[in-house]
Design a protein around this ligand. Structure first.
Ligand SMILES: [Zn+2]
Length: 149
């Protein structure tokens, strides 16, 4: 609950070096995209209808999709974290209210359970002589039928 005030970013740790693979993949995605668009445009200018060139262009674009998802996954992840951080920053007051209210509810529940457990262990119970209901051992009258014990 106090943690909301401290920034989520941890600047103490040295930044892990970005894996080269993602840069390579981004270049491949860029090349495939460029090649695909070029092939589609050239194919449709040079040949009428659906040619092998256009087909090749579309193939390049199709391969681009999964590759780009993989290549940009670190960026997507970073954006998601930044978005979450922004949402938390924007709603700090509400979140504080929420967490304190949740805490109050939880502590009330714990108190209730603790009280019940304590009573259960310490208080003696007897059964009414007349109706058989469970009542406190020190009660003079039954709380159910009202008859004297
Ligand atoms: Zn009774």
């Amino acid at each position: 609950m106090e943690n909301l005030n401290t920034p989520i970013e941890n600047n103490d740790k040295p930044k892990a070096q970005k894996p080269r693979i993602f840069l390579v993949l981004k270049i491949i995605v860029g090349l495939l995209l460029a090649a695909g668009i070029t092939l589609i445009i050239c194919g449709s200018i040079l040949y009428e209808g659906f040619s092998m060139m256009v087909f090749g262009g579309f193939t390049c674009l199709v391969f681009c999709i999964p590759l780009s998802i993989f290549a940009f996954s670190p960026n997507i992840h970073k954006t998601a974290i930044k978005t979450q951080k922004y949402i938390i920053d924007q709603n700090q007051e509400d979140l504080k209210d929420l967490s304190s209210q949740t805490g109050e509810i939880a502590s009330a529940g714990v108190k209730h359970v603790a009280k019940a457990a304590k009573e259960g262990f310490t208080e003696d119970k007897i059964f009414c002589k007349h109706c058989g209901s469970e009542i406190d051992a020190d009660s003079k009258f039954c709380s159910y039928c009202g008859k004297e014990q």
